[in-house]
Design a binder for this molecule. Sequence first.
Ligand SMILES: C=CC1=C(C)c2cc3[nH]c(cc4nc(cc5[nH]c(cc1n2)c(C)c5CCC(=O)O)C(CCC(=O)O)=C4C)c(C)c3C=C
Ligand SMILES: [Fe+2]
Ligand SMILES: [Fe+2]
Length: 352
Amino acid sequence: MSSPSASPRRVAVVLFNLGGPDAPEAVRPFLFNLFADPAIIRLPNPFRFLIASLISGRRAKPAAAIYAQIGGKSPLLENTEAQAQALERQLTESGVESRVFIAMRYWHPMSAETAAKVKDYAPDLVVLLPLYPQFSTTTTASSFKAWDEAAKTVGLDVPTKRLCCYPTQAGFIDAVADQIRPLYEAASAHGTPRVLFSAHGLPKKVVSGGDPYQWQCERTAESIAAALGVDHLDWINCYQSRVGPMEWIGPSTDAEIKRAGQDGVPILIVPMAFVSEHSETLVEIEIEYRHMAKECGVPHFTRVPTVGTNPIFISGLAGLVQQTVAAKAPLCSHTGGRICPSNFSGCPHANR
Ligand SMILES: C=CC1=C(C)c2cc3[nH]c(cc4nc(cc5[nH]c(cc1n2)c(C)c5CCC(=O)O)C(CCC(=O)O)=C4C)c(C)c3C=C
Ligand SMILES: [Fe+2]
Ligand SMILES: [Fe+2]
């Protein structure tokens, strides 16, 4: 790829997220795309496609039942579109001539469609911005790889900078704390609340293979807890959304809800690896965990909404984009601290 011009005139920002089915018929092909990703099922073909076909066939019905509870489709795209508009507005107000695009990994619009649109826009610089605050080989690395392939296919040869992650970036942390504060205060009427910082889990094998996701989730949870400024805050970092027979990282959010029931404390569940609402927040947390908490005797249950278009979050993202545009060397940490664990060599900036 050609090298970045000194000060780019037109910047294309590409937001990455997982994607979700836009209709009941899309559930199975969406799941097939997910399980056919070598970052998720680490087997060579034809085994991977065979396994993807089997699992997507088996999981289609329970997954469709999940989406049926929120209108038969994922709201992830519309929520991401709202974030893209808010970010574009903020960047324009800050004097950056830019357009913000969306590339989903497993459902439309996917990288190939978006790369063609970015090419038509003819930017001087492309900034890749994952809507995953914490870096994982299963999410950000997979999206970047899909993007690189799509850019090559459509002949998009423009200098490209990538933001690996922002697990402790001030805008993100302050926005989550801002979402929590009034709800924490309300929950305090029912006892001393426990805050469950709940992230999407990962198979243990992925983490022991060097994936920095869990390490970064721990840094995020610590940072939000500190930003809340509550003396002796009762909090824990836990993991939800387990799928398949493999052992996943813990503690699980389910187990923490049960423990809160035994301890008789109110809980707030804070989704800290998702930045907008979708099935894992609106069904798993809002419906399934709320029900579980009631069954377990938890005295008060609160789901804290994701940051979405919270202006503190969007300003933080705009700041990250501006820093990235201006940076001479690749950025990894935006806070001056270490952002990837020392045993991790896969950060997209490490070898650039
Ligand atoms: C932090 C973000 C995410 C990580 C890490 C992640 C890893 C991961 N996910 C699966 C399997 C599934 N994930 C599903 C939905 C889903 N996952 C994320 C984010 C992360 N996944 C999001 C945002 C969504 C929601 C999509 C939506 O509703 O729009 C699903 C589909 C739903 C279901 O069937 O339960 C599966 C399957 C694995 C195996 C994995 C790591 C190896
Ligand atoms: Fe997932
Ligand atoms: Fe990094």
